[in-house]
Design a protein around this ligand. Structure first.
Ligand SMILES: C[S@@+](CC[C@H](N)C(=O)[O-])C[C@H]1O[C@@H](n2cnc3c(N)ncnc32)[C@H](O)[C@@H]1O
Length: 307
């Protein structure tokens, strides 16, 4: 198909947003722009492959749901996760350093009130694990899970429970301790995702799940959600040109992104999702060959180990 004549609707593909409750929630974060809703499509993409990937690269990891799912479901043997935000990075690093049990205990033993959160997050963190705990507290008590400067506490929250409405200590502690099962298979970097993409671009059987900060609403909108959001999108596409393995990029449905995809000869499809305000929206999924999204079912698993 010519790049300029993209099929935007896919009769055999996904037509309704995914019910995220059907996807095992493995991330300790509530993440703005999180991709839980993309999990069924990601599984399908991997299962469609004739040669099984030997590594997943997630250069903009955030809450990391795609890497975690891929590792738990053995879709890939290992994953490289990169995230530039030092607070988020502290959580991943803490888990990988073997401190998941410590973090889970902190969560279980914390008596959460507005005052106790303010006191805890105002302390200077003296090490990675303390910073990780502060990050989880902020993430769970801030409006929309947003950690960027200027985000306030949850006010009414769920069922009028205010600041406590997203604080499920037992569930969170379990999620975090469960991560010990996959921690050894994660190579985490607090680095620029573009640099990490370049580092692995030569690997033939690598797959990349690329979910950069969005462009919708310009930089201002991005700044509200993330501390780091200034990505050179043209450079990102240029790096994708050099990827010998395979990749998927998810983006907001913006004309300038579609134009970039076309310039680089990539294909794209639209996929429905439900946003935090329960509105159904369309997002873009970009890749080298998107035909796997057009068929009603993926073929029987016929994965071959890479040589
Ligand atoms: C759309 S979010 C990723 C969400 C993630 N896929 C999930 O499911 O939770 C984009 C992430 O990229 C991070 N980020 C921004 N610039 C970055 C960079 N240059 N390198 C690595 N991460 C970056 C942001 O902090 C944010 O966490």
């Amino acid at each position: 198909m010519a790049a300029t004549k993209q099929t935007l609707l896919f009769p055999g593909g996904v037509s309704k947003p995914v019910n995220v409750a059907s996807v095992p929630q493995r991330s300790p974060f509530r993440y703005p722009g999180g991709k839980t809703w993309f999990v069924p499509s990601f599984r399908r993409w991997i299962k469609y492959k004739i040669v099984k990937p030997n590594i997943l690269i997630e250069p903009f990891a955030g809450g990391g749901i795609i890497s975690l799912t891929a590792l738990f479901e053995r879709l890939v043997p290992k994953a490289v996760m990169a995230e530039l935000d030092e607070d988020i990075a502290a959580v991943w690093q803490c888990i990988i350093d073997g401190d998941a049990g410590w973090l889970a205990d902190q969560i279980l033993n914390f008596d959460l009130t507005r005052e106790s959160v303010i006191e805890e997050v105002s302390k200077p963190a003296t090490n990675t694990k303390e910073r990780a705990f502060q990050t989880i507290l902020k993430n769970r008590t801030s409006h929309g899970g947003i950690l960027a400067k200027g985000s306030g506490f949850l006010k009414l929250g769920e069922n009028g429970k205010g600041i406590k409405s997203r604080w499920y200590p037992a569930t969170l502690a379990k999620r975090i301790t469960n991560l010990q099962h996959v921690a050894e298979r994660i190579d985490f970097r607090c680095e620029d995702g573009l640099k990490v993409m370049k580092e692995f671009s030569d690997l033939e059987y690598a797959v990349f799940f690329i979910d950069p900060p969005y462009t919708a609403g310009g930089k201002k909108a991005g700044k509200r959600l993330y501390k780091y959001c200034d990505i050179n999108h043209e450079e990102l596409f240029t790096i994708c040109d050099s990827i010998k393995g395979d990749f998927l990029i998810t983006y907001d449905n913006a004309d300038e992104v579609k134009a970039l995809a076309e310039i680089h000869g990539f294909q794209y499809r639209l996929i429905p999702m439900t946003n935090t305000h329960n509105a159904t929206m369309q997002e873009l999924v970009i890749g080298k060959d998107m035909s796997w999204m057009d068929t009603p079912k993926c073929p029987a698993l016929r994965a071959i180990e890479p040589q």
